[in-house]
Design a protein around this ligand. Structure first.
Ligand code: GLN
Ligand code: ZN
Length: 761
């Protein structure tokens, strides 16, 4: 009798209730009790939805981030957060976002540096990086988890707390001094022993302990530590389900199989080939959980094919076989049933979190009671798969021909950087330390409303156009007043940098409620790329051209690059990602060329998500970079030498991909740097990175106002590493999530800083 469980359920709520509750709390419009009530309602709904499972996950809920929750549970906070005014929740939000919920609107209230945020493995979820220093201490406080456990136990079902394993926690942490994460293993394991002991006192039998780092390539000291950690944890009275996901165990397969735990969860979507080995290694008491439903994409599973390979395993393992999604479902939208505008045919190909659990239930039923007991469900599943495989809407011969016509010359600019830079410098006459922004400006209530009204058909295009143009006018005049050198139109017409393009490209569809958490209260709605990609009409030209007509300063066109469109969309699983990337490249390239034709001489192609597409195993990096960089170059490099190509990347780790970044050959790259104190420019310096760089001078994720002095200081550090002639001054990222009252003074300080630096020469 196979059992089912889940690794984690989306915690934002079916209608993003958590987002709205958080934002209202932060703005002082609701109380802490209101926030807790919303959280509790989401949890109890989630547990009801998961009622068919044999084990319900608990502890997968989080107010902001589950890694930050773990830091709090382990009593491991940055020193600067320890003496914050207020309670635990204030402290929590201070680490998460630089300030607590209270006194939100006054700049006078105490605030701290927010914790660094980075991508969770190869997903678009961001976690708050735990900070290690030589004095780091840990002191367990499991109140939050225990209270969720008690809450869940009231539902009278078997629960399974979910925690991040000690090795993964250390691996995700970042030393702030010379300390090494592994030095903390001993201290940490004591906390975990206490935690597991405590859980056993609360009628917990199984704990899901997540160690996704086991799908990466680990060096021996890490493996030795993991071995020691799990030996120590095996003495506790809890059954541990050692859980890995986001890939195969690869070279760690044998090692992992020998760890003294009560069971293993394997991502059977990516590691199906490892199932047999692991099954054979199991002792009679160990269980095997197989992640057979893809937790990372939105396509209906092939249930019959899954049963074909599962049946023999189920016969062998019986009740020792558990079934689950491959990873936590926080990476997929909540419920397909809310989608009443999706095309029926495409809808039949899709499966969101709710539907994935239903697929799981069908598999369990078929394994335990025979396929005939779910015949109609399996039939329906086959029909959906057949319709998807044969649909004419997926295959477009024109796109496929254009793809095979791509040659090497499509990948390169006419001249090298030096030549281009000279031509561009004559053309633009920019001062030293030119200032610019990354593209978006605050998305006010008004702007959102106009977009919604237009989308619903409540207002005509002419009214919509008028309003967006007004927003552009305002944005341009504010930028002029501030004194920025290269302007942007502000992206008022865009809901999201990927969705905006997805909506206009053929081969894409989009959901209404398909939200997925990106970080904290921020959610994204990835479009669904289901077929061959083409661009029927220009997508940005008219807005950009209009914006350029309002100013004599250069107007920067703003596009999302092919790799980011790919990595931030749910993409088809019926052809390699590399092929899809090139299709996107050709579509965006047409837009680049049309912008150029329209007189836009600076064009930014955002590749915010290039890095996160890197495979988790380093041995697979080069293959990815080869096609990803090629896609960027095909997109960008058809322009004249006089057209300046910018790219933007919102992260701060370039050490290991600097060669590929240089190979992109963008005239200017803007990057997130402020939180890393410009240290990340070291790698650009050592590599002798030849082109221009705009290192972000302030953190746009935090509402704190950057001072002129802090920006000058950062840029001086930058100029120690990169010749000042090649430096730009800009924020870390787009400003859409901020308010005008924050943006204007911040940019004024930024421009004042640039002026001071110029005066220094
Ligand atoms: N141009 C986009 C913006 O400013 C870039 C956002 C991003 O890189 N995440 O919003
Ligand atoms: Zn960015």
């Amino acid at each position: 009798m196979a059992l089912t469980h889940n690794l984690g359920f989306p915690r934002i709520g079916a209608n993003r209730e958590l987002k709205f509750a958080l934002e209202s709390f932060w703005q002082g419009k609701s109380t802490e009790a209101d926030l807790h009530a919303t959280a509790q309602a989401i949890r109890s709904k989630n547990w009801q939805v998961q009622a068919s499972l044999d084990f319900t996950p608990v502890g997968d809920f989080s107010f902001y981030d589950h890694v930050l929750d773990t830091s709090f549970m382990l009593g491991h906070l940055p020193e600067r957060a320890k003496n914050i005014d207020g309670n635990r929740l204030d402290q929590y939000f201070s680490v998460a976002r630089g300030r607590s919920a209270r006194n939100q609107n006054t700049n006078a209230c105490p605030h701290i540096h927010a914790g660094e945020m980075t991508k969770w493995f190869d997903t678009n979820y961001h976690y708050i990086v735990p900070e290690l220093t030589q004095g780091s201490e840990f002191k367990l406080n499991a109140t939050a988890l225990l209270s969720q456990i008690k809450e869940a136990q009231q539902f009278g079902r078997a629960i399974k707390p979910v925690i991040i394993g000690p090795a993964t926690y250390l691996w995700l942490s970042k030393p702030k001094d010379k300390s090494h994460p592994l030095e903390f293993a001993q201290q940490l394991v004591e906390q975990y022993i206490d935690l597991l002991t405590l859980l056993s006192e609360h009628q917990v039998e199984w704990v899901q302990i997540d160690e996704p780092i086991l799908v990466t390539e680990l060096e021996k000291p890490w493996l030795d530590t993991i071995d020691a950690l799990y030996k120590a944890l095996s003495d506790t009275p809890i059954k541990l389900l050692l859980t890995t996901y986001f890939g195969s165990l690869g070279e760690n397969l044998h090692f992992t199989s020998q760890l003294p735990v009560a069971g293993f969860h394997l991502d059977a979507i990516n590691a199906q080939h490892e199932v047999e080995f692991l099954t054979n290694q199991l002792t009679d008491n160990q269980i095997l959980s197989l992640g057979v439903i893809n937790g990372r994409n939105v396509w209906v599973s092939d249930l019959n094919a899954t049963l074909n390979w599962l049946e023999p395993i189920s016969n062998k393992l019986k009740h020792r076989l558990w079934l689950a999604p491959s990873c936590s479902l926080i990476h997929v939208p909540v419920d397909l049933n809310s989608e009443d505008k999706l095309d029926d045919e495409i809808k039949s190909w899709l499966s969101f979190a709710h539907q994935k659990l239903q697929e799981l239930a069908i598999l369990k039923q078929a394994l335990n009671h025979g396929r005939h007991t779910v015949e109609s469900e399996l039939d329906q599943n086959s029909k959906a798969l057949e319709s998807r495989a044969s649909s004419a809407r997926i295959h477009n011969p024109i796109v496929q021909n254009a793809l095979s016509a791509i040659t090497k010359t499509d990948e390169a600019r006419d001249s090298g950087y030096e030549t281009r830079a000279a031509i561009q410098s004559k053309q633009f006459h920019l001062p030293l330390y030119p200032t610019t922004t990354i593209g978006s400006f605050p998305q006010t209530e008004d702007i959102r409303k106009i977009r919604q009204q237009f989308k619903r058909g409540d207002i005509r295009f002419s009214d919509y156009q008028h309003k967006i143009r007004e927003a552009i006018n305002e944005c341009v005049s504010i930028q002029e007043a501030i004194g920025l050198d290269v302007l942007v139109h502000g992206e008022a017409e865009r809901n999201d940098m990927v969705e905006y393009f997805g909506e206009q490209l053929q081969g894409y569809t989009f959901s209404q409620f398909g939200w997925v958490q990106s970080y904290g209260s921020r959610c994204v709605k990835p479009p669904i790329l289901f077929g061959d990609i083409s661009r029927p009409f220009p997508m940005t030209v008219s807005w950009t051209k209009y914006a350029q007509a309002q100013t004599s300063k250069p107007m920067k066109g703003m596009l999302t690059g092919p790799v980011t469109l790919l990595n931030w969309s749910f993409v088809r699983d019926d052809q390699p990602r590399s092929v899809t990337a090139l299709q996107l490249a050709l579509a965006i390239k047409s837009e680049v060329l049309d912008l150029e034709k329209a007189g836009i001489n600076i064009i930014q192609i955002d590749e915010a998500a290039l890095r996160e597409g890197l495979p988790l195993k380093k041995s697979e990096w080069q293959a990815y970079l080869d096609w990803a960089i090629k896609a960027f170059k095909v997109t960008a490099n058809g322009v004249k030498d006089s057209t300046q190509i910018h790219t933007h990347m919102c992260y701060s780790e370039f050490n290991d991909i600097i060669e590929a970044i240089a190979d992109m050959d963008a005239d200017v790259i803007t990057i997130e740097t402020s939180r890393s104190d410009m240290e990340l420019l070291d790698v650009f310096q050592h590599f002798n990175y030849p082109n221009q760089i705009g290192p972000g001078v302030y953190d746009i994720h935090s509402p704190n106002l950057p001072t002129k002095e802090s920006i000058v200081a950062l840029m001086r550090k930058a100029a120690e590493r990169i010749p000042k002639e090649r430096l730009w001054v800009n924020p870390d990222c787009g400003l859409k999530t901020r308010q005008w009252s924050e943006v204007t003074p911040a940019l004024e300080n930024m421009v004042a800083a640039a002026k001071e630096l110029r005066a220094e020469g």
